[in-house]
Design a protein around this ligand. Structure first.
Ligand SMILES: [Zn+2]
Length: 289
């Protein structure tokens, strides 16, 4: 920590490089976590209904096993071809062995994670809170892409994120008091839970999932309850615009489910960085400060 306060440029550089490397790992998490959940469901179904559901036979995936391979030629990816962004550029987006194109999404996720980490490091000083916020940012990136791909917000990410927010308040790392953090988590969960049930009773439809409540609870735990109205406002506006675009693209018989999680996560991150500025602007506008 002393080193970081001695060299002020060290934290942004560290955060960017760390973010790029974690972004590479997040690509694995985004791709594999939903598949791991599916395997777990199948195994649970088999345990509950052994007569009707056969035992899953495919090999178990974890985050570290099997090692990453090219999906086409199955050649293992060497460490020197796994350097964030740079390797993809050097290989011109193709597998070294079979020239199968590698999606530009991989370097983009790495670049995005590195950039977001840089922004965090420029807004917050190096220290326990600054490092915790890097972790917060990384989990939000993973949740955004997983929900976008699969309409799922895994409990294995949302719940630890919420508890971690409360723990940072307990340890005195977060600027929030423990009370503000816990009330934030409660308000986050219960507000969306109430809207969900109200909407369901009125229309018979489900507008959100339980994952959204847990993610919103996590945002409340990290940012405090006072940021929640702003987050839900930003997420709803962006979500409405995004939903209309999605409808236009897919045509009338669009059955693709709509995920709200990415909008919540992005709005939450914006509130982390610019929330105070936006809140002050609003207050001075509303009350003529
Ligand atoms: Zn290949």
């Amino acid at each position: 920590m002393e080193l970081f306060s001695f060299y002020p440029w060290l934290f942004p550089i560290f955060a960017t490089v760390f973010g790029l490397l974690i972004g590479s790992f997040l690509n694995v998490v985004i791709f594999r976590l939903p598949k791991m959940m599916e395997q777990e469901w199948k195994e649970e179904c088999h345990e509950y209904f052994p007569e009707t559901v056969p035992e899953p036979t495919e090999e178990r995936i974890t985050l570290s096993h099997p090692a990453s391979t090219c999906p086409k030629c199955n050649t293992g990816i060497k460490f020197y071809d796994n350097i964030p962004v740079i390797s993809w550029l050097l290989l011109r987006g193709k597998c070294r062995q079979c020239s199968n194109p590698i999606s530009a999404r991989y370097p983009l996720v790495e670049l995005l994670t590195g950039t977001l980490a840089l922004v965090v490091s420029l807004h917050f000083p190096a220290g326990p809170w600054g490092f915790a916020l890097l972790g917060f940012t990384f989990v939000l990136v993973a949740l955004t892409f997983i929900d976008f791909d699969t309409q799922l917000l895994p409990d294995s990410l949302t719940l630890p994120l919420m508890w971690a927010g409360i723990v940072t308040a307990l340890l005195g790392w977060s600027p929030l008091s423990l009370e503000t953090s816990i009330i934030g988590a409660m308000t986050g969960y219960l507000s969306l839970w109430s809207i969900y049930w109200l909407f369901k009773l009125l229309t018979g439809k489900e507008g959100m999932g339980y994952g959204d409540f847990k993610l919103f609870a996590a945002l409340g735990a990290w940012l405090g309850w006072s940021m929640l109205p702003m987050i839900i406002l930003m997420a709803s506006i962006a979500g409405t615009v995004g939903g209309v675009i999605q409808l236009r693209r897919a045509g009338k018989d669009n059955q693709q489910p709509f995920s709200f999680g990415p909008y919540l996560a992005i709005a939450g991150w914006i509130a982390l960085i610019w929330g105070d500025t936006l809140l002050n602007m609003y207050l001075s506008y509303a009350f003529g400060g």
